[in-house]
Structures are given as structure tokens and as C-alpha cells.
Design a protein around this ligand. Structure first.
Ligand SMILES: [Zn+2]
Length: 253
């Protein structure tokens, strides 16, 4: 199976999985780049996977369904137009003609019903985990998003993460403000700057690299706690408090 990034809007990636003559798309916020690719490559759409209800993730569903009425998998606790299969934690998706089976993870926080799809070492996590960052908390609580990120971080280190925005360089700048002496972070920043200089995606990335350089996955590390406390101006007594302080700081960074 090949996985292709289809750039959309300013900084979204619509992920397209292809096997043989079939394709599956994740979070098609815009139908146009998907249609163009399917036509150019002579592929048929087999299914649509949706992580959450934001317009830049669902905006293209209706047009794609008008072309071909395929199954649409989406979170049970959100309103997804065109959804045919409501999914939640523990469900396993098997799409006819596609070898990879995907297990559903509930990852609330960015939105209330956000889900992620995990299978064969691949993770499609929408706007929950980004390279060196995480989504904003629009509908959930810091405790929820923290727990969701911990759940994702517990997957195997070689898991390849396909998030839906190219926010990496700005996230790395924030991460460097949190941990100015983190060598893994400095090396990753150099690699990602080189990729972006050639207009190449920094996504996917491995969870192993993420654990070494994403401050939101490092809220139990002493330097991260100390820096978050300095910024918050008060002691932070739990990982969730550190996480909430970092997320708050990032919002105004
Ligand atoms: Zn979103």
C-alpha cells in the first residue's frame, strides 16, 4: 500500500492510501485534489475515513459521494455529513480490497468525539497529535487531550504518524522555547528545515522521534516541568497541569 499526501488549503494534508486500483482518503476537506488524483491515476475510491467534524476535514465528502457512493467511517459522537458507519474505540475497520485493518481509538480533546485510525504501524490522528505539537483544545479539557496523547504515545515507537497539518516548523520553534538544550530537538529541527526548504512534507514522522522532541509528550520531564512552571508563575503539581500550562502558553506563543 502506498500513502500519498494531497496538499489542500493552506497547510492541510489529505492522506490517500492506494492499493491496486483502489484508494481510501482520510479527512477530505476538499474534493478537488482527491478527484484530480483519482482521475490522473485511474483509481476508484473505496472508502472515506474521517477523524473529526471540522470543515477542513469533511468539506469534500458530499462531492466525493456524488461521484461514487462509498462507505464513510466517522466518529460516532460527532455529526459527520454522509457518514455510513459510526465508529468508536475498539472498532476494527476492514475495507474490501484493502489489506490493512484499522482499529479505532477515541482521542477526545481537540473536539469532543475525535477518533484516530491505527493499523499496520500507521496512525491517522487528525488534529490530535502534530509533529512536535498537538491540536488546540476546542471542545474538550486539558485532561482529555493529555490522556488522548498518552494513548497515542503508548503505541509502538516505529509507528508512522500521519497528521493533517504541516505545522511542524512553528511547533519546533515553540518546542525549542520549552527545551532549549534538547539535542534531539535541535537535530530534528535541522532535518525538518531542510525538508521544508525543498517544499517536502515533514509528515509522516515516527512516534519514537516524537517522544524525544514533542514537549506535549514530555510533561513528566524535569526541564519541561521547570520551564512550564516559570512561564505559569506557579508550581505545577501534576502532568495534566504541566500539559495545560504548555497548551496555554503555545496559544499565545
Ligand atoms: Zn480540527
Amino acid at each position: 500500500m502506498q500513502i500519498i499526501p494531497l496538499p489542500a488549503f493552506r497547510d492541510n494534508y489529505i492522506w490517500l492510501l492506494r492499493q491496486g486500483r483502489l484508494a481510501v482518503v482520510v479527512d477530505p476537506g476538499d474534493a478537488a485534489p482527491v478527484r484530480r488524483y483519482l482521475t490522473e491515476q485511474g483509481l476508484s475510491l473505496a472508502a472515506i475515513l474521517v477523524t473529526h467534524h471540522h470543515p477542513d476535514h469533511i468539506g469534500g465528502i458530499a462531492e466525493l459521494l456524488a461521484d461514487s457512493p462509498v462507505p464513510v467511517f466517522g466518529p460516532a459522537r460527532e455529526n459527520i455529513p454522509g457518514r455510513t458507519q459510526a465508529v468508536q474505540e475498539g472498532d476494527v475497520l476492514q475495507i474490501p480490497g484493502i489489506d490493512t485493518a484499522f482499529r479505532v481509538l477515541d482521542v477526545p480533546g481537540h473536539t469532543a468525539g475525535h477518533v484516530a485510525y491505527h493499523g499496520d504501524g500507521l496512525l491517522f490522528c487528525g488534529d490530535t497529535l502534530f509533529a512536535a505539537g498537538c491540536g488546540r483544545i476546542f471542545e474538550g479539557t486539558p485532561a482529555q487531550l493529555h490522556a488522548s496523547l498518552e494513548k497515542l504515545a503508548a503505541l509502538p515507537a516505529d509507528t508512522q504518524v500521519y497528521c493533517t497539518h504541516e505545522y511542524t516548523l512553528s511547533n519546533l520553534a515553540f518546542a525549542a522555547a520549552v527545551e532549549p538544550h534538547n539535542n534531539d530537538l535541535a537535530e530534528r529541527t535541522a532535518r525538518c528545515q531542510a525538508l521544508r526548504a525543498e517544499e517536502r512534507p515533514t509528515v509522516p514522522f515516527s512516534l519514537g522521534a516524537e517522544r524525544l522532541s514533542n514537549p506535549f509528550l514530555r510533561v513528566s520531564e524535569a526541564p519541561v516541568i521547570a520551564r512550564a512552571e516559570a512561564e505559569a508563575g506557579c508550581p505545577l503539581n501534576t502532568p495534566v497541569e504541566v500539559f495545560a500550562a504548555l497548551r496555554e502558553w503555545k496559544n499565545r506563543f
